[in-house]
Design a protein around this ligand. Structure first.
Ligand code: SF4
Length: 276
């Protein structure tokens, strides 16, 4: 699991460096700007939310400027975005913030109307540089598919410290956001151009095959073997024979295939994952 987690982090950050979307609020540490874009982008495509963000930040550069204005004015600028309750909550938040400031309520941002765990973590990561994951549906989907798990909430909770080790959480959270929008989309994920496809559980188990066709195939066996090796890093041949319910000759064929693809290293009695 450790190797697989490392691969996900590394690959995601490399992909992000080459493909990241540029928005003015991406570079800021101003919590008001971050709160604004987070509220605007709830249930709204990021490009569309960005258009509204520009209007909002021009009119309300601070919580005080919004709180001194009126709900009617906020709703007028919000017009066309839908889910008007979000505008009302944003206005109420500006009142609280004008009186207290972000630093006074830090880290309890969930006291602001409309701020849940995701937005709280986004504020902690983007504005305060804290090592937290802002877990939204994008992150859950990528974890679920890549690791082949259903209970992503518990999995992320148990592994987030390790996952955030030695990385900039701000970059990692933004990488998840963009990767989930462009590559690992909710429908029709672009597995064919995905840099994670070699180790992705979903890719191994679903791509181009019905379950029936897949069962008992060499590809299924390769997936099982790779999963076992990623969980253990290295493993004795005899152990593989015990753990994988398949004929030894089929296992050997699959192992040699994985070695040919540079995914594993075959030694006399030990098989290890190729982390180079
Ligand atoms: S291979 Fe497909 S399912 Fe797996 S992470 Fe990439 S896009 Fe998502």
């Amino acid at each position: 699991m450790e190797t697989k987690t490392k691969q996900l982090k590394k690959t995601l950050l490399i992909w992000y460096k080459k493909n990241k979307r540029t928005f003015s609020w991406r570079e800021t540490k101003d919590p008001w700007k971050i709160l604004l874009i987070e509220i605007l982008s709830q249930q709204t495509q990021i490009e569309r939310a960005d258009t509204y963000y520009k209007k909002f930040i021009k009119e309300f550069p601070s919580p005080t400027s919004m709180s001194n204005s009126s709900l009617k004015k906020v709703l007028t600028i919000w017009s066309g975005l839908g889910y008007n309750n979000r505008a009302r909550r944003l206005y109420e938040s500006s009142k609280i913030l004008a009186e207290n400031g972000f630093d006074k309520i830090y880290p309890d941002f969930e006291i602001l109307p409309g701020v849940g765990q995701y937005t709280k973590n986004a504020l902690l990561s983007f504005a305060y540089g804290e090592k937290v994951l802002a877990v939204d549906t994008n992150v859950e989907r990528i974890f679920s598919r890549f690791f082949g798990i259903d209970n992503t909430k518990d999995f992320i909770k148990d592994n987030s410290d390790y996952f955030l080790k030695k990385v900039n959480s701000r970059e990692l959270n933004q990488a998840f956001m963009d990767f989930g929008s462009y590559i690992c989309k909710s429908s029709n994920p672009k597995c064919d151009i995905c840099p994670l496809e070699i180790t992705c559980s979903k890719y191994f188990f679903e791509k181009n095959n019905s379950i029936e066709k897949f069962r008992g195939s060499n590809r299924e066996l390769r997936g099982k073997l790779l999963k076992l090796l990623l969980e253990n890093n290295k493993i004795k041949r005899d152990e593989i024979y015990i753990k994988i319910d398949e004929k030894e000759e089929k296992i050997e064929k699959a192992l040699h295939g994985l070695e040919k693809d540079n995914l594993i290293i075959l030694k006399k009695n030990i098989i290890e994952i190729n982390s180079n």
